[in-house]
Design a protein around this ligand. Structure first.
Ligand code: GAP
Length: 575
């Protein structure tokens, strides 16, 4: 494992070099909001590009884009309006707000207090004499209440129509499901992806870019029949570090390394589809620069799961903030589609043809109203409904000449002929099935930050210390930097010409002509630029340039015409 850097150094580099900026800094900033500078935007876009390449291109899980503001109904149905909250503790002395579960975790041996009832959290705060982190007063009388994390808004003028900023991109996919299932011609399984912003009014986000109030997610909703599973064989040999519930609950338990195939065979990961996405996530994380020694997949403890999940494995990276959740792979079963079907009254099931038609007997009543009307007057309608129900549930009651039903506590007897009872054969060719959903959901900001931390390195070159960001070339903010050795004697023009040629070849390049050449190398080592192209006096003579590799600092000369090929081999060689 490479050495874990100091957080301050990483954050400073990220700010200084244009990766991350605190939002609205000139107005004092607000915690939980960060902007991406030019390099951060480039890195994030490259990471998103590689995520799309994995899921949208290679798996065919097509992408949609839905609104970030949702009608209140959506979040009432999804359960977020009621259940998407954290326990809020407020200090009775200074009035500062905190997450009660975090206070408990920080001051006791309890490792995971998320999901504990608020009464229990208040009890622990009092029993343990937990002090307010802001003023030091003890929190024995602190109020602990549920605080809903969704940002509310009004749609249109006035307050009549309430809306919420989406807390996850997923709901947009579920809400559009009726159209999506038709788009996919009702053919399960299929996957739908979405990349976009999500909003959570986090209580006291003090963890920099790790806990944000506005952040970006890349989510996949994989819709399948209950017994469909993705075959894990393409990833069966991928090594993963797993931390299942049993290990977490055992005092001597530890995460352990195994392969995806073995994890399925040994029943460590019950769902083959979840295991498949764990394998794909592992491969992808490694390809974008996450250190495999600082990556694990931890299963949620039962009281930690979201209101919609029946099982969940989180991808976690080890950073200077400790282990942080970068993605979750959850089994949402049919929870969301069932809820939206219930609340909207719309059909969310997918029509599934049987392999062979099923023939079954159906019993029905078709009461003759010309008999029932004159005989029973105003009660006839109720009697007819009761007969239909009875024909379905108790067909044997129609075996005699008469049948009795009770309507509003009153018993009526009807002749079986008037009831119009019939047994008939029905041929069924299929049925509507509510798909099950497996959801790999990735938090892009945490992934970007983890890539920066895991790529950060310091070494000594020619007795000089340097900082180098060893981001894989395929996600590095630039493919190459172009330098003139000096800014005179026509070297600049040559360098500009090369810069332009590389740009027109679709490469991300940075021209840098200021400062001594050594300083420029260091600057681009820090930025993470994998290759530097230096134009010197020999370039004018023989048309060659110097290429320098960021990681090894090796230098070699190539013909001007070969630069593109050389850069491509570095970027593509990276995988
Ligand atoms: N649709 C499922 C869902 O939203 P989640 O575990 O709540 O699940 C998914 O969020 C990912 O989003 C997390 O794994 C995490 O990386 C990221 N995330 C969640 N809350 C965040 C926050 N406040 N700041 C930054 N990233 C966050």
């Amino acid at each position: 494992m490479s050495e874990i850097p100091e957080r301050q150094e990483v954050v400073e580099l990220a700010k200084r070099r244009g990766y991350l900026y605190p939002s609205f800094e000139i107005y004092g900033g607000v915690s939980g909001f960060w902007d991406y500078g030019p390099l951060g935007t480039s890195l994030k876009n490259a990471i998103v590009g590689s995520w799309r390449d994995m899921y949208v291109v290679r798996h065919g899980y097509e992408e949609i884009e839905t609104t970030t503001i949702g009608k209140e109904d959506v979040y009432e149905a999804s359960g977020h309006a009621d259940g998407f909250s954290d326990a809020l503790a407020s200090c009775p002395e200074c009035g500062t707000f905190f997450r009660a579960d975090h206070l408990v975790e920080d001051h006791t041996d309890i490792e995971n207090a998320d999901g504990m009832p608020k009464e229990r959290l208040a009890e622990i705060l009092a029993d343990e004499g937990v002090p307010c982190p802001s003023c030091g007063a003890t929190l024995d009388n602190a109020r602990v209440e549920e605080f809903n994390l969704m940002f509310e808004t009004n749609i249109g003028p006035g307050t009549a129509r309430k809306g919420y900023l989406r807390p996850e991109t997923a709901q947009g996919i579920f809400v559009d499901f009726q159209r999506l299932k038709r788009y996919y011609r009702e053919s399960l399984p299929f996957g739908v992806t979405q990349v976009g912003r999500a909003y959570r009014n986090e209580i006291n986000p003090r963890q920099g870019i790790v806990r944000l109030r506005e952040f970006q997610q890349a989510e996949l909703e994989y819709f399948k029949r209950p017994d469909d599973e993705i075959d894990v064989s393409p990833v069966e040999d991928v090594e993963v570090r797993l931390y299942p519930v049993e290990e977490q609950e055992d005092d001597d338990g530890e995460p352990f390394v195994t392969t995806v195939g073995e994890a399925v065979e040994d029943g460590v990961i019950e769902s083959e589809t979840i295991a498949y996405f764990v394998g794909r996530s592992q491969e992808w994380y490694e390809s974008i620069g996450i250190d495999p020694d600082r990556l694990r997949f931890r299963q949620h403890l039962p009281d930690e799961r979201a209101h919609y999940a029946s099982d969940c494995w989180d991808g976690e990276t080890l950073t200077t903030f400790g282990w942080i959740e970068v993605n979750g792979i959850a089994d949402r079963a049919d929870y969301d589609l069932r809820k939206h079907a219930e609340y909207s009254g719309e059909e969310m099931g997918v029509w599934q043809e049987y392999d062979e038609a099923v023939v079954r007997e159906e019993t029905v009543a078709d009461p003759d109203m010309s008999v029932l009307g004159p005989e029973f007057g105003g009660a006839a309608g109720g009697i007819a409904d009761a007969l239909r129900e009875k024909a379905r549930d108790e067909p044997e009651a129609f075996e005699g000449d008469e049948v009795s039903v009770t309507v509003d506590g009153e018993a009526y007897t009807v002749s079986t002929d008037a009831a119009g009872f019939e047994r008939r054969e029905v041929r069924e060719t299929g049925e509507n099935v509510l798909p099950q959903v497996i959801e790999p959901s990735y938090g892009l900001d945490r992934i970007v930050y983890s890539v920066i931390e895991h790529s950060y390195d310091e070494d000594v070159i020619d007795d000089e210390e340097r900082t180098v960001l060893r981001v894989p070339p395929k996600v590095a903010p630039f493919d190459a930097a172009v330098f003139p050795l000096v800014s005179k004697d026509g070297l600049e023009e040559h360098a500009r010409e090369i810069e332009e040629k590389l740009r027109q070849a679709g490469m991300r390049v940075k021209y840098d002509g200021s400062g001594a050449i050594g300083r420029r190398y260091r600057r681009h080592d820090e930025i993470g630029t994998p290759l530097a192209v230096t134009v010197d006096y020999d370039t004018k003579e023989d048309g060659t340039v110097t290429l320098r590799d960021r990681d090894t600092t090796d230098q070699w000369r190539v013909e001007k015409d070969e630069i593109i090929e050389e850069i491509e081999s570095v970027v593509e060689g990276d995988g």
